[in-house]
Design a protein around this ligand. Structure first.
Ligand code: MGD
Ligand code: MGD
Ligand code: SF4
Ligand code: MO
Length: 726
């Protein structure tokens, strides 16, 4: 018998006939991997590969990046603009001019009749920074509605709010390189291996070189929890109590960095008084983590030479999301772990350009981290755009989660939605459907014509996607990276930048202002407006960004490269230069399981799919691995209800119901179920989405449901009805 490799054929990669590689940046998650797309001699995108000398991913890509070039020609893409007079009628194909005229006329009519704010705009975290800035200019400077926001309210709003409350400004202070210096990593409500696989790979690489403790806080035994040294299976929505208790132990045992607290913070007295109440015993009653584990983790964290916390949606998507972020910042401030290598409080961002929208879209303020509430900021931007500063509102309007209820009450009559799919991604979608029916006018601007939201639109504008256009994304570690134009837009779809510019020309005020046509022309405005500010872009250019495979802001004029960390000098963005220690009383305000609805409903993601699957649902290799809406359920709980692994169950809440396939697993506690939110007509039919009072972000991860078995026939009927056309 022959063993070994000798007689085996060597592995051969199929020759895809690549004649040219083009540089770009991944358009899915916020890791910000540099990608090269291979083009064959016909100019078709045939393959993708990671860029070896890019610091972020060092040649790696996850599953989604590897197949990203397949997006360009995937099914369901929008080919031409579509219009109709009444929703649910058949669409008619039309020209860009006619479609844009129809939209601008509708905006003008609604505003003339009901006031400027009766027309709302909701955008995304997934278009280019230059596009965000241009949309902001159009929304704030031309159309002049204050009801303008983005889907980042579903995602990053709590991180933004928490950073602002603690440090006086948004802006994640750390970077991936911190893994290489840290002596302790605390990860709260983040499933890094599945949701940010390449950041996770950076962490693994650091751990292979040097061992340090990894502590994961998550109610589920996720893949991340499985590799952790300590896993804290917390009771849903109680992270603030746990964080207060860590602080209690650290202060009681005199493990705090007193010199740092004294030099760089305010609010210590009120803070220390509040955490007095959160001794480990009291906290353990709230968060379900035993006293000794709380003490142990607090000590490990405080005694480490440098310690860092990362978090994602397990913190942000909660009724105390913003408080959770402040709690994490408190922990890092009292241990002196901000702005030092390996010592940081790093929010792991979600969408590819959720950072870009925070920085430049004007959704919650004005460009470059400026605020509508500040006269000086309004003046600067009005002067730069050549408009009257009085045109701007003096405080921010409604957030996305308040815009929908304002449609329900009739305050908002018209809506323009850009690159987000609330029919699947908002909580309580049954209510969202009813709300959309109330609109006099809806325009949907999306790369896919089959996006569920389009069912309700009057006008559909087909957008070019990802590397069919050019511009920048900012990733989790503030790195601005370039998406260069790899391939021309599909059919008659157009870059979002072009669409915004065309729209501006249809308003008298827009005609008077300067709207640069190219992304690099817009980028010059960002450079000017950011000069000398915290998010300084003035030393960057598209060419320099590509050459360095991304540059971290701030990068001031004349600087060779960017800056890895913020607040290294301990000076924060509040007027006194100090960060705030903020007391956080824990309030238990979730819908909790009871007799009728005995399970916690938790929701999130899987590695193969991205959000509402408009993209990944079309790509064979991604869909093949994860084709079915399913639910994780503890085998003991399933047995009690007579539910078998692989059978179907109905999930019911006070809002609605959904049908899912049950996957029994010990990963989840007996009083909880977990459903990935990617599938239409699924988990968000039942979710509640109570809002955080500071950030207005929905608590997607906590509500109460009932589960019952159903037979296969009934399940098939429900699933067929919900199935998409591809
Ligand atoms: N493959 C893939 N990757 C993605 C995305 C995608 O759709 N698919 N989306 C991107 C985006 S926009 C985002 S925002 C990120 C999201 O990235 P993550 O936040 O990492 O992902 P989620 O699965 O939403 O939730 C993370 C974890 O929070 C836990 N959790 C639930 N409730 C609580 C709680 O009360 N406390 C704590 N501590 N944890 C809790 C859940 O059990 C879950 O394991 O992923 C990004 N990356
Ligand atoms: N239950 C539950 N619900 C959740 C979450 C959860 O954890 N649980 N997570 C929430 C979070 S964190 C997020 S970020 C949201 C995401 O929710 P959505 O924003 O609704 O999700 P996507 O499917 O990414 O929608 C983006 C749309 O933009 C389109 N698109 C992509 N690129 C372009 C482009 O360049 N131009 C234009 N015009 N269109 C483009 C895509 O085709 C897609 O239709 O979901 C939220 N909903
Ligand atoms: S980790 Fe995120 S940025 Fe990197 S290839 Fe995967 S989806 Fe793209
Ligand atoms: Mo997100």
């Amino acid at each position: 018998m022959l063993f070994g490799r000798k007689k085996k054929n060597p592995i051969k990669l199929p020759d895809k006939g690549v004649v040219e590689w083009k540089y770009t940046t991944c358009g899915y998650c916020s890791t910000g991997c540099s990608i090269e797309v291979g083009l064959n001699e016909k100019g078709e995108a045939v393959t993708s590969r990671g860029v070896g000398d890019a610091d972020v991913n060092r040649g790696k890509l996850c599953l989604k990046g590897i197949f990203e070039h397949e997006l360009f020609r995937s099914s369901g893409r929008g080919k031409v603009p579509l219009i109709r007079d009444k929703r649910f009628q058949a669409f008619q194909e039309t020209s860009w001019d006619q479609a844009l005229d129809k939209v601008s006329a509708a905006i003008k009519n609604i505003q003339a009749e009901h006031g400027r704010d009766a027309f709302a705009i909701v955008s995304t975290g997934q278009i280019m920074t230059e596009e965000f800035y241009t949309l902001g200019k159009l929304a704030r400077g031309v159309i002049g509605t204050n009801n303008y926001d983005g889907n980042t309210t579903l995602c990053m709003a709590s991180a933004v709010s928490g950073y602002k409350r603690s440090f006086g400004s948004d802006g994640p202070p750390g970077c991936y390189e911190d893994f290489e210096h840290t002596e302790c990593l605390l990860a709260i409500g983040s499933n890094l291996p599945e949701q940010h696989p390449v950041i996770f790979w950076r962490l693994r690489e650091a751990l292979e070189k040097r061992k340090f403790p990894v502590i994961v806080v998550d109610p589920r035994v996720t893949m991340f929890a499985q590799m952790a040294d300590i896993h804290l299976p917390i009771k849903p929505g109680t992270d603030v109590a746990l964080l207060n208790s860590f602080a209690h132990v650290i202060l009681k045992e005199e493990l705090a960095d007193e010199a740092y607290i004294k030099a760089h913070t305010t609010g210590y007295d009120a803070f220390s008084q509040l955490v007095e109440d959160y001794d480990p015993f009291s906290a353990s009653q709230i968060c379900g983590i035993d006293e000794d584990t709380i003490r142990n983790v607090a000590r490990v964290y405080a005694k480490a030479g440098a310690a860092m916390t990362i978090w994602t949606m397990g913190i942000n998507q909660s009724t105390h999301g913003s408080d959770g972020v402040v709690g994490i910042n408190n922990l890092n401030l009292i241990t002196g772990n901000i702005g030092k290598p390996g010592g940081t409080s790093l929010s792991i961002t979600g969408q590819c350009n959720a950072m870009g929208t925070r920085e430049w879209s004007s959704c919650s303020g004005l460009p470059g981290y400026r605020a509508l509430e500040k006269e000086q900021d309004r003046k600067e931007i009005a002067e730069f755009w050549g408009i009257d500063a009085e045109f701007f509102p003096k405080k921010r309007g409604l957030s996305q989660t308040d815009i929908f209820p304002a449609i329900e009450t009739g305050q908002i009559k018209g809506l323009w939605i850009i690159a987000t799919n609330p029919m699947t991604s908002m909580p309580n979608t049954t209510r969202i459907r009813k709300i959309l029916e109330k609109l006099d006018f809806l325009v949907v601007q999306d790369a896919y014509a089959d996006v569920e939201l389009n069912e309700y639109s009057h006008v559909y504008l087909p957008a070019a996607i990802w590397a069919e256009k050019e511009g920048c994304f900012t990733n989790t570690e503030r790195r601005v990276n370039l998406i260069s134009n790899v391939i021309k837009p599909y059919a008659d779809s157009k870059p979002d930048l072009w669409i915004f510019n065309q729209m501006a020309q249809r308003f008298a005020q827009g005609q008077k202002m300067n709207f640069p046509e190219t992304a690099s022309g817009v980028f010059d405005e960002l450079r000017t407006l950011s000069k000398g500010r915290m998010l300084d872009y003035s030393g960057m250019s598209h060419e320099k960004i590509e050459a360095q495979r991304g540059i971290q802001w701030p990068c001031s004029d004349g600087s060779e490269t960017g800056t890895a960390r913020l607040y290294t000098d301990g000076r924060f963005q509040y007027a006194d230069g100090r960060a705030k220690l903020i007391p956080l009383p824990f309030v238990d305000n979730n819908e909790r399981p009871d007799k009728e609805y005995p399970f916690w409903l938790n929701s999130g993601r899987v590695v193969e799919h991205f959000h509402t699957r408009t993209r990944t649902g079309k790509l064979g290799n991604l869909n093949k691995f994860s084709p079915t809406p399913y639910m994780e359920m503890n085998p003991d709980a399933a047995k009690r209800l007579g539910i078998k692994h692989g059978s179907y169950a109905r999930l019911t809440s006070r809002r609605g119901d959904a049908v899912v396939m049950v996957q029994t697993t010990q990963r989840i506690p007996p009083n909880m179920v977990f459903v990935p939110f990617h599938f239409h007509e699924c988990v968000n039919r039942v979710s509640l989405g109570l809002l955080d009072p500071h950030s207005r972000q929905p608590a997607f991860k906590q509500c109460a449901v009932q589960v019952e078995p159903i037979d296969d026939q009934e399940a098939a009927a429900v699933r067929n009805k919900a199935a998409r056309t591809y």
